[in-house]
Design a protein around this ligand. Structure first.
Ligand code: AMP
Ligand code: MG
Length: 278
């Protein structure tokens, strides 16, 4: 069976059944944890270059079914992220104001500027996921949105924004266990929501909606990554590896930009010293 690659960078047909949510790519937990720390330290350094060079922004978009670990994954990456340059945008049920605008309005406002890193915890993709499954708008409306999304992401990309999109892929069993854990542990109960159990009844429809998103909205400038997410440590490792590779690819360009900023400053300082020494 020809398997779809887990990085989707062009239109294709994705079937999530082809992907094992418990995959760990041969990694063991202890080694993965060490690698996470190493990659994290490098990401920390590379993000500084991104922020100070100011040539690119970074959008890390995270989607997944309820309990797939969006918040946890973002917290892990944030632990290594430039504090001044990073922010998290969460996408909840739209407000009246948001609903009165086009569906991309709120996403566009929250998109990062060059020199900044923004995490999207859910995103404009909800408008072809929950909105579709719960029939909040007619099909004629949500169906046009894939093209709008692709165009929007192309605009961001051509404006210097690096876009990484992660779909956290969990199994239905794992979701069941995580939901029950929330009921059993008082410390996790704050995460409880009847809506999660209601959504679970629509598991298959969400899977279909996600497969359409992955099939239609993976592009070279904004690829989708299908992340095996049953094991939280592997999910974190995969995301850090991906972020690291994307940033590393820009290192030389950012160093050059920083040198260009540094040269006139050095010259100015030298001139100042020379004048003082007169
Ligand atoms: P949570 O991420 O658990 O805080 O929940 C946020 C809720 O907002 C989820 O149930 C989402 O499905 C819902 N949501 C996010 N965006 C939209 C949208 N565009 N339309 C309707 N519901 C949404
Ligand atoms: Mg939730």
């Amino acid at each position: 069976m020809a398997r779809t690659p887990r990085i989707i960078a062009e239109p294709t047909t994705v079937s999530l059944a082809d992907f094992d949510p418990a995959d760990t790519d041969g990694w063991k937990k202890t080694e993965a944890k060490e690698e996470i720390e190493k990659l994290g330290a490098q990401i920390d350094e590379l993000e500084d270059l991104l922020v100070y060079a100011g040539k690119h922004g970074l959008l890390i978009l995270v989607q997944g079914l309820d309990t797939s670990g969006k918040g946890g994954a973002i917290r892990t990456v944030l632990r290594f992220s430039n504090a001044q340059g990073s922010s998290v945008a969460t996408f909840k049920e739209p407000t009246e104001e948001e609903l009165a605008h086009d569906f991309l309005w709120r996403a566009h406002q929250k998109a990062p500027r060059r020199g900044a890193i923004t995490f999207f915890d859910r995103s404009h993709y909800e408008d072809v996921l929950v909105v579709r499954v719960n029939e909040l708008v007619p099909e004629e409306v949500w169906h046009t949105r894939y093209d709008h999304i692709n165009n929007f992401e192309r605009l961001l990309s051509e404006s210097g924004i690096i876009i990484l999109k992660f779909f956290l892929h969990i199994s239905k069993d794992e979701q069941g266990q995580r939901l029950l854990a929330r009921e059993e542990e008082v410390e996790k109960a704050w995460k409880l929501s009847v809506g999660d159990w209601k959504n679970r009844e629509h598991w298959d429809e969400f899977v279909t909606a996600y497969e359409d998103v992955l099939s239609r909205c993976g592009t070279p400038h904004a690829p989708w990554h299908i992340v095996a997410a049953d094991k939280k440590w592997y999910r974190d490792l995969y995301m850090l590896q991906t972020i690291h590779a994307a940033l590393e690819a820009k290192r030389a360009e950012w160093m050059e930009a920083l040198e260009a900023i540094g040269k006139p400053r050095l010259a100015e300082l030298k001139a100042y010293r020379a004048k003082k020494g007169q």
